[in-house]
Design a protein around this ligand. Sequence first.
Ligand SMILES: Cc1ncc(COP(=O)(O)O)c(C=O)c1O
Length: 448
Amino acid sequence: MGGVSRERIAAFYETERARYRRERPASHAAATESGFYSGVPLHWMLDWPMPYPLVVARAQGAMLTDIDGIEHVDFCLGDTGSMFGHAPEPVVRAIREQSARGIAFMLPTEDSIACGRLLAERFGLPLWQIATTASDANRFALRVARAVTDRPKILVMNGCYHGAVDETYVALKDGRAINQPALIGQFTDLTQETQVVEFNDLAGLETALLGRDVACVITEPVLTNCCMVLPEPGYHEGLRQLTRSYGTLLLIDETHTISSGPRGYTGAYGLEPDIFVLGKPIAGSIPTSAWGFTAEIAEAWSRVTREKPSGHSGLGTTLSANALSMAAMRAVLTEVMTDAAYAHMENMAERLADGLARAIGAADLPWHVARVGARVEFICAPGPLKNGSEARRAQVPPLERAVHVGLVNRRCLIAPFHNMMLVCPSTTRSQVDQLISAFTEITQALVA
Ligand SMILES: Cc1ncc(COP(=O)(O)O)c(C=O)c1O
């Protein structure tokens, strides 16, 4: 399994789990007292591979301390929500000041007006809307895309994840589209409205678009939710050219790839999406997302709105764009998401990726490392990966679980999904080196 024997993985995992239990009695007591279904307020918190989740006392910058008093260097960073570090001072200040003036009015504030301008200037699309989660932003954007093109279908990449957006839960199995088997409570056949092709497959994409019934292609510019899959040279140019020639809109979901630079992967690589979505860190972890679109989409949306009967549109939620989140977003856009912050993150992530690759080489494991800006991943299979099917085959959950718990015990948190790591503007060189040496120790132990 990933170049390590099954027995070695099982033994290492058990040793590390026992150590975790010994060191964290307070988290254990808290977990068993919980009144929540499955012991946690959000069942995803059980996706961590430890015997029970650690309970957080506080976090600042790149450090996170649990209620047993153990300090960790945090490379999970709330699975991107806190990509700019925990409790950045400008965001804390903005939240404190705005919360004393009121939180939700269903009316704009000066901060929200400023945010609209800042988003347009930074990301290049002229018109924006705010939602509360990236899932919502994607859902609303896809609804608008279908309305303005008057086409029924969307197209996703095999292995994609765009949040809790029902119509994106379609995958390829033996070349055939199916509802993703893990999706709970789904009773419609999503493949009737959603096409699915492999990332990096322009011929397959063209075949899927031929019928001119696809309103929108939704994709991350780099797949980050199935093991990292980078675009091959020319892929994005081909994707844009094909979507344009078949009258299909292109939605680039930058929720994770905002790690690429201050203007996202789109800005760093000159992409030209019709719709741009980002969420998670954009308001410094306050639940907020933003979606931008072209003037043509805006005009067509206005026409659709004029012509439709009055009533609920299915777009928007009550607390979206509240004054608190807009104050936080303004602070992020003006004081946190700076070129200097990204330059530092890029350096640290490069150092991390190099160090992990060295450790893999030293242990002679058939693994590789992928990176998109501040986001780094080790993958327990050879690479680079070409598409979602290859990415699925590259996953080795028992081995990954063992490495994760080993890292937590060595005071390094990485995301519970895949083997994803992020650095933030305050991550230091010595914190990166701490993760590299923990990873080196673990890989050596696995092959000993
Ligand atoms: C690319 C992408 N889009 C959307 C989402 C959904 O974000 P949220 O859970 O904040 O709605 C995620 C979450 O991981 C994501 O990775």
